[in-house]
Design a protein around this ligand. Structure first.
Ligand code: PLP
Length: 391
């Protein structure tokens, strides 16, 4: 096992080692977190709508826990498929206006399971270079050919579709909102290309489900492309504030996945109390449009304040706002300096992002107040100047 210590040392020297740090919640203050006895403004959570500590969701879960017990006891195909699943999947299909839906334990398993069920040897997957790691792993597991196109570069994708037009089945897969950059996929162009080349299109709405659309249906719905996307994936772990993932599509697709998606077949069903709490979260996602309005207001304000302070921040309206600093060590020092003055904002380094693009990834929530965000930008500016990121 000595090789391991050597390799870990190499990681540490390159400021690339990761470690697990503990943090707690601050009761009654969902915009804060606790670390090492200190209270920090949390600017790095995916709890976009502030639902993670919602009393109605907690109550729904508590009741279900008392009536249904703790664990589900088996895979859904064995004896784990409680009635709460059927109710949730019906509600999801109604919400998305599609024929059917399927709940899978989490986003990672949904992406690996679904891609593995759709393609195999002799098939090909066209995947945006900045797609989430769970998509990459899904393609690798599927054994299909893996072709990555330059980020959002539709001309590059078209040339690859031309080059590989003779493969058996083709799948184009993309994040709707990219998790580390916050920009949007070019969904309209992707729909045009998928039609032209007879490919399937899969969209991952992990960072857009709950956020876009009048009822939080996601970016596909907001753009009126719902009917054009063959496989629609989203998670309950971010804007829903809970845990889990969903696939929406045709009845045939769901029937296929029940037979072929290995993470569904060979893994224990989610605890029933969790499924019930997701149903409650879905009601709130649909009803509480004010949470989306507040979130986007916060995002606009934070972006424009960072720009006014002299930082370069990407276009777009999403609550994911990266501040790219370049090298790994600067990103880590920036994050530590922020923590010292009371702000939790994580440094994201390769391989999560491309080499040389280490960054502080801010992600906002509806629970932040305007005042907190303006104060935070002041602090970020001071540190930016001190560290030479800002002149
Ligand atoms: C977070 C994320 C996932 C994984 O979802 P989990 O439910 O956390 O496993 C998948 N895709 C994207 C784009 C994500 O950001």
């Amino acid at each position: 096992m000595e090789w391991m210590e050597k390799e870990l040392e190499t990681l540490a020297v390159a400021s690339l080692e990761r470690s697990l740090r503990e943090h707690g919640i601050v009761s009654g203050l969902p915009d804060y977190m606790e670390r090492g006895g200190r209270t920090l403004l949390n600017l790095s959570s995916n709890n976009y709508l502030g639902l993670a500590e919602h009393p109605a969701i907690i109550e729904a879960m508590r009741e279900a826990l008392l009536s249904e017990g703790v664990g589900s006891g088996a895979s859904r195909l064995v004896t784990g498929n409680r009635s709460s699943y059927g109710r949730l999947e019906q509600a999801l299909a109604d919400w998305q206006g599609c024929e059917a839906s399927l709940v899978i334990a989490n986003g990672y398993m949904a992406n690996t399971g679904v891609i593995g069920a759709l393609v195999s040897r002799g098939d090909i997957v066209f995947s945006d270079r900045l797609n989430h790691a769970s998509i990459v792993d899904g393609v690798v597991l599927s054994r299909a050919e893996h072709v990555r196109y330059r980020h959002n570069d539709m001309e590059h994708l078209r040339s690859l579709l031309n080059k590989y037009r003779d493969h058996r089945r083709k799948l184009i897969v993309t994040d709707a909102v990219f998790s580390m950059d916050g920009d949007q996929a070019r969904l309209r162009a992707l729909v045009t290309l998928k039609r032209e080349y007879g490919a399937m299109l899969m969209v991952d709405e992990a960072h857009s489900g709950g956020l876009y659309g009048r009822r939080g249906e996601g970016l596909c719905r907001e753009l009126g492309l719902q009917g054009e996307v063959d496989i629609h994936m989203g998670t309950f772990s971010k804007s829903f504030g809970v845990y889990g993932a969903y696939i929406c599509g045709s009845r045939t697709l769901i029937r296929w996945l029940v037979n072929k998606a290995r993470p569904l077949i060979y893994s224990t069903a989610l605890p029933p109390s969790l499924v019930v709490s997701i149903s409650k979260a879905l009601e709130l996602v649909i009803a509480d449009h004010w949470r989306r309005e507040r979130l986007f207001e916060n995002s606009r304000l934070f972006r424009s304040s960072l720009r006014a302070a002299g930082f370069i921040v990407g276009e777009g309206d999403s609550p994911i706002i990266p501040l790219i600093v370049g090298d790994n060590e600067t990103a880590l020092r920036f994050s530590s300096a922020l923590e010292e003055i009371g702000i939790a904002a994580v440094a994201i380094r390769p391989p999560t992002v491309p080499d040389g693009s280490a960054r502080i990834r801010f992600s906002l929530s509806a629970v932040h107040s305007i005042k907190e965000l303006i104060n935070a930008v002041d602090c970020i500016r001071t540190i930016g100047i001190r560290m030479g990121v800002l002149r």
